[in-house]
Write a protein that binds this ligand. Structure first.
Ligand SMILES: NC(=O)c1ccc[n+]([C@@H]2O[C@H](COP(=O)([O-])OP(=O)(O)OC[C@H]3O[C@@H](n4cnc5c(N)ncnc54)[C@H](O)[C@@H]3O)[C@@H](O)[C@H]2O)c1
Length: 263
């Protein structure tokens, strides 16, 4: 068990990726706090593991209360995973100011608040050469753009910059800060990107769109939440003691490839 004795808090823990991380961390022996807006998150009715904490990442009081509870119960936090996120599928012309602000509130301010109030507990865990680990969620969309995701792309670029800045500030305290930048991962967020109502935006079936999505990858597949949980687990573990300040792209080679001509 690679995370035995470690305490972890995951935001967005009832989402597609969050649930896979919670399940894997429990198998690796961690004491897991699963934080989300609700017990069901983005997957109503599915089995929920880990100790639930209601945490709206945009709410400062919630962040303070969540970290106070972890402090009272565990006295330290070895691993913070900031997986809460939303995606608004619009160009900037279509995006209202409220939607723009909401995107930044969840994806960027949410990461800021959780990190800010977790820092004393992360410091308490970083002792005797053992590091603590913060894992933020960026996206390959923070490097290159999907059309029609303007605010989302901007928030993920901000998370990337925040990750590097935090790694510089808190590395000397034994706190490693990294971001994972997934490509397409099969979760409710990806389903919503493909279609909101069972039929793709241009009238094609979801399966047709999924196949087209597989085909654009050099590896000819999109990712699963478990693929992401594998990398999160390594970054959270002591094996990753030298890994800090990096943006770890996990996208089946998608962003390595120049767009191909359609003949
Ligand atoms: N799925 C992908 O293809 C993909 C690609 C790149 C990056 N990501 C990133 O990975 C992370 C997880 O995404 P996912 O695919 O699991 O999405 P998801 O929609 O399945 O889960 C997101 C979770 O965040 C929670 N959440 C939303 N607003 C919140 C708030 N204010 N406070 C607390 N929790 C809140 C939701 O309840 C949900 O459970 C996100 O940051 C996302 O941007 C996903």
């Amino acid at each position: 068990m690679r995370l035995a004795g470690k305490t972890a808090l995951i935001t967005g823990a009832r989402g597609g990726i969050g649930r896979a991380i919670v399940a894997r961390f429990l198998r690796e022996g961690a004491d897991v706090y699963a934080a989300d807006l609700s017990e069901d998150g983005s997957l109503p009715g599915q089995v929920s593991e880990g100790r639930f904490i209601k945490l709206d990442v945009t709410c400062e009081a919630d962040a303070i209360a969540a970290m106070a509870r972890v402090g009272d119960e565990a006295g330290k936090l070895d691993i913070l995973v900031n997986a809460a996120g939303i995606e608004i599928e619009k160009t900037i012309e279509e995006t209202s100011l409220e939607e723009w602000n909401r995107s930044f509130a969840v994806n960027v301010t949410g990461t800021f608040l959780a990190c800010k109030y977790a820092l004393p507990l992360l410091r308490a865990a970083a002792k005797d050469g053992i590091t603590s680990s913060v894992i933020n969620f960026g996206s390959y969309d923070g490097f290159i753009a999907d059309p029609g995701l303007a605010a989302y792309c901007a928030t993920k670029g901000a998370v990337h910059a925040l990750t590097r800045a935090m790694a510089c500030d808190h590395g000397p305290e034994g706190i490693r800060v990294n971001a994972i930048c997934p490509g397409y991962i099969d979760t409710p967020m990806m389903q919503s990107f493909l279609t909101g109502d069972g039929v793709g935006g241009d009238g094609k079936s979801v399966e047709t769109m999924k196949q087209a999505m597989r085909d654009v990858h050099p590896m000819r597949t999109y990712g699963t939440p478990e693929d992401i949980a594998n990398l999160v687990t390594w970054l959270a573990s002591d094996e990753a003691r030298y890994a800090a300040g990096q943006l770890w792209v996990l996208d089946g080679g998608l962003s390595a490839q120049v767009q191909q001509m359609k003949l």
